[in-house]
Design a protein. Structure first.
Length: 264
C-alpha cells in the first residue's frame, strides 16, 4: 500500500508539471482560433503564428537589443542580491538599524519608477548606469525585506535552546536563524528575478539607444504589432529563465541543508 501511494504521488507531481504547459497551449490555440475566425487585422492583434514569424524574421535585431537588456538586468540584479542580502541581514541582526532604515525602504517603493527614471537619466546620463540603478531600485526591496523578516520570525525555541547550551548571538544566527530564513530569502529572489528584466525595459523607455524597451517603443510607433509581441515574448522568456534559475539554486541549497549541510 505504501508503494502504491508513492506512485500515485509521483504521477500527481508529474501531472502538475505539465498542467501550466497544457493551459498555456490552450490559451495559444484559443488565441489563434479567435484571431483567424474573426479575421482580426494584424496591427490590432496578430496571431501566434505571425508573432513567431516576426520573431524569426527580426531575430538578429532582437538579439542585439536583448543582449543590452540582459546586461543591464544582470548587473542590477547582481548588485541587488549582494547589497539586499547584506542589508537584510543587518536589519535582522540589529533591531535599531532595522527600525531606522525600514521606513526609508518603504518610502522608496511608493515613488513611481516613471518619476525616478527621468531623474536618474538627468543625474547619470544616457548610458547603462541609470538602467542599472532602476533595476536595483526594483529588485533590492523584496530581497532585503524578505530576508530580514525571515531572520526576525525564526523559531525562538531553537534560539533559547542554543542560548542555554552557551551559544553566542552570532552563533545562534549562523546555526539557527540563517538556515530558517533561507526560504524567505529565496522568495524575495524569485520576486526580484521576475522584475529584473521588466525594470531594465522600463528604464529603456525613458531614454536609451538600444534594448528591448527601445525596440518596443519603435514597434509601437510603427504599428508593427507582431514585432511588439515578439519583443514581449522574449521579455517573458527571460523572466521565466531567471525565475527557474533561482528555483534551481534554491533546491540545491535547501537539499544540502536537509542532508546535513551546515553554514559555518
Amino acid at each position: 500500500m505504501k508503494r502504491k501511494s508513492k506512485n500515485i504521488g509521483t504521477k500527481r507531481n508529474t501531472g502538475m508539471d505539465w498542467l501550466p504547459v497544457g493551459f498555456s497551449l490552450a490559451i495559444l490555440v484559443t488565441w489563434y482560433v479567435v484571431v483567424t475566425w474573426h479575421d482580426v487585422p494584424e496591427f490590432i492583434l496578430p496571431s501566434p503564428v505571425k508573432v513567431i514569424e516576426e520573431l524569426i524574421g527580426s531575430w538578429d535585431l532582437l538579439l542585439e537589443h536583448t543582449l543590452v537588456t540582459i546586461s543591464e538586468a544582470f548587473l542590477g540584479l547582481f548588485i541587488s542580491i549582494v547589497l539586499g542580502t547584506a542589508i537584510g541581514f543587518a536589519m535582522g541582526y540589529f533591531e535599531t538599524f532595522r527600525r531606522m532604515v525600514y521606513p526609508l525602504f518603504v518610502m522608496t517603493q511608493t515613488v513611481p519608477l516613471f518619476v525616478l527614471a527621468p531623474l536618474f537619466i538627468l543625474w547619470f546620463g544616457f548610458g547603462i548606469l541609470p538602467k542599472i540603478v532602476v533595476v536595483f531600485m526594483v529588485c533590492f526591496f523584496p530581497i532585503a525585506v524578505t530576508f530580514a523578516q525571515g531572520l526576525v520570525q525564526s523559531d525562538s525555541g531553537m534560539d533559547d535552546l542554543l542560548s542555554v547550551m552557551g551559544a553566542t548571538r552570532w552563533k545562534i544566527f549562523r546555526i539557527s536563524r540563517i538556515p530558517q530564513a533561507l526560504p524567505h530569502l529565496f522568495s524575495g529572489l524569485k520576486i526580484a528575478a521576475t522584475y529584473g528584466i521588466v525594470g531594465a525595459v522600463l528604464a529603456e523607455w525613458v531614454g536609451a539607444q538600444k534594448g528591448l524597451g527601445v525596440f518596443m517603443t519603435r514597434a509601437m510607433k510603427s504599428f508593427r504589432t507582431g514585432v511588439l509581441f515578439a519583443d514581449v515574448l522574449i521579455i517573458v522568456l527571460l523572466s521565466m529563465l531567471l525565475y527557474k534559475a533561482v528555483e534551481w539554486v534554491e533546491r540545491i541549497v535547501c537539499r544540502n541543508i536537509t542532508n546535513g549541510g551546515k553554514i559555518t
